[in-house]
Design a protein around this ligand. Structure first.
Ligand SMILES: Cc1ncc(COP(=O)(O)O)c(C=O)c1O
Length: 384
């Protein structure tokens, strides 16, 4: 199949939910992907923040290959060792609580939403931030306070209310409220980091009202910010963390970690997933976590800072936001045109909205690759 066939097949057989460039990707190595015609692209999208180890990391590939030859799936009716080991590792690295495995970020958030409903009898309202993104299932798109995501799917799941991000005084807690769910950095809105005082304020408020603080770390988690979890950058500890994307390095996995005393509320039969945390997914999670060592995380922080500095010097830049290798570039011009022009020049970037270009490169990206990306962006921005 070539790139032209891909366009024909898409038209004929796929629901038209995505707008894609006219290319068919067939291979990936490190921070680079290749299309069917042999063109190469520097990948600063990283599978939307999924490819923590880049494309086809050799150790990751070997470990998954071995697992494929050993045990692929049993269902959650049975114990499998890797699931137990990954749960132990994630728990020890974060809240020292209990873990539930799912297959995606939305499913991880669904588990958190269900758990919040169990926390206090008769309380079922969850507060989320305007501009947030928590997924596309009915409950998570109701949590997602963005009209463009909800359009066409009303009536929504009730009992979600919204507050202004980074504005504590906009939060109204009543006797029905059970939890506040927030992204430490709002990714889909265009990479807006929370203020430290805001998250600290949320923590205090949740303690005072005895409600849960849920951090959606689906995009920020697993090293993206330079710490294993973004909450560690802020020094604010939530009651529940949700993860997905980078944890699987490209193999689907979702995960909810709940602090001690909370996870226990999800008793036998109350929640489940056929494939959640299966041996391939949990092998992937363990591989990612074992390769993401302190040195690599330090590199994420250093490369992220260096990249931001370089981006600030480019033409038509209004603002550069973000932490580690999660970066939003506010530009004076149409971000979608920048994405298209970068693509033509062999660079993958993404635009969460029409004024922001977002970068979520593999965490293993090199300084030389960063320079290459910046120089293509410069050329494109100069030509706007
Ligand atoms: C913060 C956040 N939460 C949840 C999701 C949904 O994850 P998934 O697409 O794996 O369901 C995303 C996806 O972009 C996200 O960025």
């Amino acid at each position: 199949m070539n790139s032209r066939d891909a366009i024909l097949y898409e038209k004929e057989y796929l629901c038209p939910t995505y707008t894609r460039p006219d290319a068919l990707f067939v291979k990936g190595i490190g921070s680079r992907v290749y299309d069917a015609e042999g063109n190469s692209y520097l990948d600063l999208v990283g599978g939307l923040g999924v490819l923590s180890l880049g494309h086809c990391h050799p150790v990751f590939v070997e470990e998954i290959k071995l697992q494929l030859q050993t045990l692929i799936h049993t269902s959650n009716l049975y114990h499998t060792e890797l699931q137990l080991l990954l749960a132990k590792m994630l728990s020890e690295l974060s809240l020292e609580g209990k873990v539930f495995f799912a297959n995606s970020g939305a499913e991880a958030n669904e588990a958190a939403i269900k758990l919040a409903r169990l926390y206090r009898d008769g309380r079922f309202k969850i507060l989320t931030a305007e501009g947030s993104f928590h997924g596309r299932t009915l409950a998570t798109l109701s949590a997602t306070a963005q009209e463009k995501v909800q359009k066409g799917f009303k009536p929504l799941v009730p009992h979600f209310s919204h507050f202004e991000f980074n504005n504590l005084s906009s939060i109204e807690i009543d006797e029905e409220t059970s939890a506040i769910m927030v992204e430490p950095i709002q990714g889909e809105r265009g990479v807006y980091p929370a203020d430290k005082e805001f998250l600290e304020g949320l923590r205090k408020l949740c303690n005072k009202e005895d409600i849960l603080l849920i951090f959606d770390e689906v995009q920020t988690g697993i090293g993206r910010t330079g710490s294993l979890f973004a909450y560690q950058e802020y020094g604010v500890i939530p009651d529940i963390i949700t993860l997905a994307k980078g944890l699987g390095g490209g193999i689907p996995i979702g995960c909810m970690i709940a602090r001690k005393g909370l996870g226990e509320l999800l008793g036998p039969g109350m929640h489940a997933s056929t494939l959640g945390g299966n041996p391939i997914a949990t092998r992937a999670g363990l591989s990612v976590l074992s390769i993401l060592n302190k040195e690599l995380l330090a590199g994420v922080r250093e490369n992220g800072n260096c990249l931001k500095e370089k981006l600030r010097r480019l033409p038509r830049i209004k603002e550069v936001r973000g932490m580690g290798l999660m970066i939003g570039i506010e530009i004076d011009g149409d971000a979608n045109s920048v994405v298209k022009m970068c693509f033509k020049n062999g660079l993958l970037v993404n635009a969460p909205n029409s004024s922001c270009v977002r970068l979520l490169p593999p965490l293993i990206i090199t300084k030389e690759e960063i320079d290459e990306g910046v120089s293509i962006l410069k050329r494109v921005l100069n030509g706007l």
